[in-house]
Design a protein around this ligand. Sequence first.
Ligand SMILES: *Cc1c(COP(=O)(O)O)cnc(C)c1O
Length: 439
Amino acid sequence: MNKNKTDKSNSIDESQYSTETHLIYGKNISKKWDYSHHVVPPLSNSVIFRLDSVERGAEGFIEFANPAMNDEHEPIYIYDRLGEPNKDLLEENLAWVEKGETAVSFATGMGAISGIFGVLCKAGNQIIAHKTLYGCTYSLLTRWLPRFNIEYIPADLTESDSLEKLINNSTRVVYFESPCNPNLHLIDIRRIREIVDTANINRTEEEKIYIIVDNTFATPFCQRPIELGADFVVHSLTKGIGGFGTDMGGAVIGPKKFEDALLVFRKDFGAVLNTKSAWTILTYGLTTLHLRIKRQIENASRIAKFLESHPKVEFVNYPGLKSYKFFDLAQKQMRDFNGNFAPGSLLFFGLKGDSSEEVKEKGKQMMNYAAKNAYTLTLAVSLGHTRTLIEHPASMTHSVIPANELDSHGIHPGGIRLAAGIENSDDIIHDLQKSLDVI
Ligand SMILES: *Cc1c(COP(=O)(O)O)cnc(C)c1O
């Protein structure tokens, strides 16, 4: 054992420090890798790891995905798809910031969502999921999981009491996003917990219902669903946590007892996060999360107020607006590390018009104008970037949903999604004003 390492870890109590600081330093000394003389954890670029003996190899295989055993000493790394230090360091910090027991990273957000469904569900199970979902999650639930006889039961979880009637013996998972993509509706996580707790009273361990929250929109800076009652959080690290739009990634955070199954699923289905992305997200994304999201919230709040008072705008959905239908719930569950109101960086708005065709056409005109002429508005999917991004969900991210079904999924056909960046908000508002003038 390295002497300095032992001395330092004994003298510093990380729990005395704030979350922002903790995300910069991570675990002062990690058992996952001895890098105590590097200031920044190094980037590991080795698919395979040298084993000193056949016995060490055998031990590594036995300990893989066996947390009770591998917590006792530094992991024995074998092959990247099973585990390697950069992912382990990232996972340690993700579990910590989301207040979960463990985190398992994946190649993408969709890899993570597939992973947790794969681990919790088997043929014959039902997943109750909110009707407004990220497009690919909806596609996974409607196109692929039914082939394995796992059924998607759509629900309106904004009316949480409707959940009780949908739960039956086959229910295994309650799944939702809050805020929802793209309409920013909110779901009361504490209330869902109460309903699921009641349903779980007489169920065996095998039959228990689990709550999974996709926390991509809020990021842990604005909301920690596990503290509010969720069992699992899933993330697209590609968005606000990664933060710079350079790397894809995903993660599942939840109870330690599912860690081994998640690792084995990841090993066998193969959606493994690459080391460079793990390192980038750990080194740049997590350390700057609080700065970026705080600035994005300031920008989104100003943009929301500007749009709300603009004569051509019909509605603005933003959790931070007093006029917003979910404002009270937002105040209860969207709080930053220090307890301040943190309504997030995304908003969804629609333009005025006499018919839904006209509204959609005007939205298209506005976005096409902005795409060519606005310095600070980028027409692109994704969110949580340093640049402000706009997009049209009905024809882009949510195009898997047929046009005549958009309303029943809570998606306004002409709605525009804006994901605030970290620019000067005067510039964004100037560009929005210009783009609204042309329609
Ligand atoms: C982007 C996104 C995903 C999928 O993440 P990828 O990293 O693109 O696979 C899932 N949920 C939400 C809410 C997203 O925005």
